[in-house]
Ligand binder design. Structure first.
Ligand SMILES: Cc1ncc(COP(=O)(O)O)c(C=O)c1O
Length: 469
């Protein structure tokens, strides 16, 4: 074997060893960012070193600063757990070194991505003629969907922003729920639509948009309009009332885009799917692979019902690039970047590894685990579950309702720290409904009801100790 390939073997062995023993590790990193910065702050090497030794030193020096995000009891943010089939396919995507911007230079990876795109539409039961761009995550998925929306709605009012920009364009009204995710506001910023100009629509205690308020605001304005809905609120998992949103969009000629970073996957489970009714009537959707499908980072999907608007918003043309034949899917024409890795491979591999039934079972199990944790915790004293657990998200505030918010915040933070310090799990915090809460997001592919019990026991024991102090 040529010496240069030793690094691949070393990385393979180190990766397998890490994943085989992940459950024996503390979930949280053992060293802080600042400590790791000290370790890695070294001068630019003047001469090269042995490839395999680089990988060994990476593991040796970096190990203590790893968060065990693929651990079954990792409940931080909303992050999937990098399924081994997807990781393995991702390795090959890198080892093969295939630039999947165009289809002719990399027929295998472009063809696989096309198949995976079709499977995504099928498993999520979205209109089968929609176009699917493989992006880095839901943030860019939102950007792409909203770029298509911007083009279509302005062209209908005599202006082509994709050619002429926004200076002098008719005013475009954007309507968005009060509890929308920050990434949607970033997309508005990047697209020159100004997050501050967006018309905020009241939301209820679960973060769902009020359709009556939306209707009033939409009816009060003329001109091009975009409505941004949400499937899976980041703290509650709740869904906007999509039947109403679709009707309002249809009546007003608005484009309906949905940020569905994780909630869209409820459609893969027949018991949960009814919560998403109407969602398939939208014009575009952004969702993640690296959340509920468990692909390694970074994989997301920008899905647009109207492929011509999608292509028009994203297409880069240059004389040296292959010309698109109408029926052929050109990967780069559906995303902002040109050169990119074969992002479709992990999606394809995981859908093969789990199948339709496996994805359905996993999503259903995660929601059952979330309900179980919430039920177990709610039996504890002086704490409140702050959301209706409709999906996989649980938020908890510690401290009696009679105490002030500051006291509850410090108690909640103390419980989070104590629970994480056990090493058995990872949970984070966040603000919801004006309250500082512990957030648990159940989305790690191999989490079980037994893990739910370990988690609830650890959190309740931490709370007991803090109450007694
Ligand atoms: C509802 C929602 N939308 C968008 C995003 C952004 O997704 P990503 O970080 O994959 O770009 C998230 C991330 O947690 C989310 O929960």
């Amino acid at each position: 074997m040529p010496e240069k390939l030793h690094a691949l073997h070393e990385a393979f062995q180190q990766a397998v060893d890490y994943r085989a023993h992940i459950q024996d590790r503390d979930c949280a990193p053992q060293k802080t960012y600042h400590e790791m910065r000290e370790i890695f702050a070294e001068p630019l090497p003047e001469t090269g070193m042995d490839d395999a030794e680089i990988i060994r030193s990476l593991v040796r020096d970096g190990d203590q600063g790893l968060m065990q995000m693929a651990h079954p009891r990792f409940f931080g943010w909303v992050l999937g757990a990098s399924h081994p089939a997807g990781v393995a396919a991702d390795w090959l995507a890198s080892a093969w070194g295939q630039n999947t911007g165009a289809h002719t230079p990399s027929p295998t990876t472009a063809a696989i991505e096309e198949t995976a795109a079709g499977w995504i539409l099928e498993i999520l039961d979205l209109p089968r003629r929609s176009s699917v761009g493989f992006v880095t995550g839901a943030s860019v998925g939102n950007l792409v969907g909203l770029a298509a929306a911007r083009g279509k709605t302005l062209r209908e009012h005599g202006w082509d922003p994709d050619a002429d920009g926004l200076i002098g364009a008719p005013e475009l009204h954007v309507f968005i729920g009060d509890d929308a995710h920050t990434s949607v506001f970033s997309a508005l910023q990047h697209l020159g639509l100004g997050p501050r100009r967006a018309i905020r629509i009241d939301a209820d205690r679960q973060g769902r948009m009020d359709p009556r308020h939306l209707r009033r605001e939409v009816d009060a304005r003329s001109g091009p309009k975009i409505i941004i809905g949400q499937a899976g609120q980041i703290n509650t998992g709740a869904f906007d009332p999509f039947d109403d949103l679709v009707e309002i969009a249809r009546d007003s000629g608005a484009w309906l885009h949905v940020d569905a970073a994780f909630g869209l996957w409820a459609r893969a489970n027949p018991d949960l799917k009814p919560m998403t009714t109407g969602l398939d009537g939208a014009d575009s959707w952004a969702t993640d692979g690296h959340k509920w499908l468990q692909t390694p980072f970074d994989t997301g999907y920008a899905i647009v019902r109207h492929p011509e608007d999608h292509l028009r918003a994203m297409t880069t043309m240059a004389s040296y690039l292959p010309v698109t034949v109408e029926t052929d899917r050109m990967p780069s024409q559906l995303v902002p970047e040109l050169s990119r890795r074969a992002r479709g491979l992990p999606t394809w591999a995981i859908l093969k590894a789990l199948g339709r039934q496996g994805v359905s079972e996993m999503v259903g199990r995660h929601c059952a685990v979330a309900r179980h944790i919430a039920e177990r915790l709610s039996a504890g004293p002086d704490l409140r579950i702050m959301n209706e657990v409709v999906l996989n998200q649980v938020t908890v505030s510690f401290g009696s309702a009679e105490s002030d918010a500051e006291t509850r915040q410090s108690l909640t933070e103390a419980v989070i720290d104590a629970a994480v310090a056990t090493g058995q799990l990872f949970v984070g915090g966040g603000r919801w409904q004006g309250e500082w809460v512990m957030r648990l997001s159940v989305i790690s592919h191999n989490v079980s009801i037994a893990d739910a019990d370990i988690t609830a026991d650890a959190i309740l024991a931490a709370w007991e100790t803090i109450r007694a102090a």
